[in-house]
Design a protein. Structure first.
Length: 134
């Protein structure tokens, strides 16, 4: 088993005792992303649409740093402080993913870091050409 810590300045830096992502062999575990702007480490201005878009951009940056892209995500977890916003998240997700879509869970939570409305984490499996032969 090979384990690699993934880091990129194109996504928010970890603000706790975690890594942006961890690659174990051909699987990448992406930590939760909230709508922080990487350059300022502040929450993006705007509504749930702006927040959701920033979260997907952050996930995309980490996925690319790991050697893949969003199409390699096989499981996506979405955490929302207001589940009535799920249709908005679903519509924006359609701009970032094509069929076959990843497995997904949407969970309503009481609160998220920095009082944001959405957080997402993911599991990604790299395609054979994206990792060196063992």
């Amino acid at each position: 088993m090979t384990k690699e810590i993934i880091q990129t300045h194109k996504a928010p830096q970890a603000i706790g005792t975690y890594s942006q992502a961890v690659k174990v062999d051909h699987t990448v575990y992406l930590s939760g992303q909230i709508p922080l702007v990487p350059e300022t480490m502040t929450v993006i201005d705007g509504d749930i649409s702006a927040q959701t878009t920033q979260v997907f951009n952050n996930l995309k940056a980490v996925a690319e740093a790991a050697g893949g892209d969003l199409s390699d995500i096989v499981k996506l977890n979405v955490f929302l402080t207001d589940l009535s916003n799920f249709p908005i998240v679903n519509d924006i997700m359609g701009l970032y993913f094509q069929e076959p879509y990843p497995a997904r869970a949407a969970v309503g939570v009481a609160a998220l870091p920095k009082a944001v409305g959405v957080e997402m984490d993911a599991v990604m499996c790299l395609k054979p050409q994206e990792y060196p032969a063992s």
